[in-house]
Design a protein around this ligand. Structure first.
Ligand code: NAI
Length: 422
């Protein structure tokens, strides 16, 4: 099959470097390697078109390869223009793959790329944030009938889908891969925990030990960040709006404050809420000189960047890669990382490949479920079944060489029975 590349495709000169990155990622993604082998044998996606709007990274390339091994043709657009790596060029040279992605693409180009992926009239969609599924419903409704289902990767995208389902507008079943227990543990918590701090350190090379780090949001992502920041020796303050999550943070030994109370104390701020306007001019006005602002939430709305621009009398862009300095009227300097976008992807390399190994395994297994379920899954948001989680976790443990106990028949019978009491 000839290789087709989107009209805005990546520079072919980068293909060799991109292929090397993919090879490196593949080494640390052994679970997907096993899935690829089984897909190559059973071809569960034979002849299907898959439209995917995902971060165009080496790890995503490994997933694309698995889908391809399963028989799918894959049409990939970038879910975040700033996270696109040179792997786009390598992917574009693979048979059966179309890539529309360019690093730093403007909004108009970003949506053109999504439309190019949708031009494939997909039977399956992979989304990360909900923009592809949204565009499909709003602007390409003629394609909806051909879609068997979708897989959504992130919390923010799943929240959008649930609102669509509640409004009765979601036209096909979508598996909330983000909700999988393995995914929330490895990706949101351990992945974001490590990679958000990695992005901040690459952008600033700041010493975290002894610093006051404010983490907004104590969901899995915020929990991972708070734990890792503490591991670096930082004094961590958590802000929350949910009393249960806030109580959890207090019990874990973190100081919990409203953002108004945390703003004058913090030296590094990291938002991970999935909400908007978490840090606003009210907070910026009382921050310390040199405070570092970073966002790990999906969209760039958590830090009010426009508000920051209005407050600043001078902006010194790129004082370091991914770091812009905003000078306020009284001379205080606030350092905004990655323009308020996902810091781990823009200033770092995103999650380690080993984390994405399990997340994408859940996605690949969900794709098979969507195409093979009889009767087909009804339109709506579907959770990942416990068996899929157990399968993915079991494969990862096996790849790590970690063995666990199995329930004996007697234990199983005891656990299943209601007859045993005191
Ligand atoms: P979650 O929804 O489980 O947790 C978010 C927490 O933030 C909740 O406990 C909520 O009560 C709290 N919150 C909401 N508004 C707040 C506010 N104004 N101030 C303080 N706390 C507030 O979500 P999860 O899984 O922890 O993800 C959080 C965000 O991170 C989402 O946008 C998600 O898409 C994103 N994410 C980013 C990743 C990355 O690689 N950077 C990876 C995984 C998730």
């Amino acid at each position: 099959m000839p290789t087709v590349s989107g009209p805005d495709g990546a520079d072919p000169g980068l293909a060799a470097a991109g292929q090397a990155r993919i090879g490196w990622a593949e080494r640390t993604m052994p679970v997907l390697g096993l899935i690829r082998e089984s897909f190559a044998a059973s071809r569960p996606l034979d002849g299907l078109a898959v439209a995917a709007c995902l971060h165009v990274t080496a790890e995503t390339a490994v997933l694309v390869n698995v889908l391809r091994a399963g028989g799918a043709r894959v049409h990939l657009a970038a879910s975040n223009p700033l996270s696109t790596q040179d792997v786009a060029a390598a992917l574009a040279s693979w048979p059966g793959v179309t890539v529309s992605a360019r690093s730093g693409a403007a909004r108009e180009t970003y949506y053109r790329h999504i439309h190019q992926a949708l031009d494939s009239a997909p039977a399956l969609v992979f989304d990360d944030g909900g923009d592809l599924v949204n565009t499909l419903h709003e602007e390409r409704p003629e394609l909806l009938a051909g879609v068997a289902g979708g897989v959504e990767s992130t919390t923010t995208g799943v929240a959008r889908l649930r609102r669509m389902a509640a409004a009765g507008t979601l036209a096909f079943p979508v598996v909330a891969a983000n909700g999988a227990a393995t995914r929330r543990m490895l990706d949101n918590r351990y992945g974001t925990g490590q990679s958000a701090l990695d992005g901040i350190l690459r952008a600033t090379n700041t010493l975290l030990a002894g610093k006051t780090v404010v983490v907004a949001g104590y969901g899995p992502a915020g929990t991972g960040i708070a734990e890792r920041a503490r591991g670096f020796g930082a004094q961590v303050v958590v802000t929350e709006t949910d009393p249960v999550r806030a109580l959890d943070a207090v019990m874990a030994g973190f100081r919990v404050l409203p953002m108004a109370g945390a703003a004058p104390l913090g030296e590094v701020f990291i938002t991970a809420t999935g909400s908007r306007d978490v840090i606003t001019p009210v907070h910026l006005e009382v921050m310390r000189d040199g405070a570092i602002l970073a966002n790990a939430g999906h969209f760039d709305v958590e830090i009010d960047v426009r508000g920051l621009e209005k407050l600043a009398v001078t902006v010194n862009p790129q004082i370091r890669p991914s770091a812009d300095e905003y000078v306020l009227a009284d001379g205080r300097r606030l350092i905004l990382l990655a323009e308020g976008r996902v810091v781990n992807l823009v200033a770092g390399e995103g999650h380690p490949a080993a984390v994405m190994d399990v997340s994408f395994t859940v996605g690949a297994l969900s794709a098979v479920r969507l195409t093979s379920a009889r009767p087909p899954l009804p339109p709506g948001v579907h959770e990942v079944p416990a068996e899929t989680d157990a399968q993915a976790a079991g494969l990862m443990l096996a790849c790590m060489g970690t063995r666990i106990d199995e329930l004996t028949p007697g234990q199983q019978e005891y656990l299943d029975s209601w007859r045993y009491g005191s």
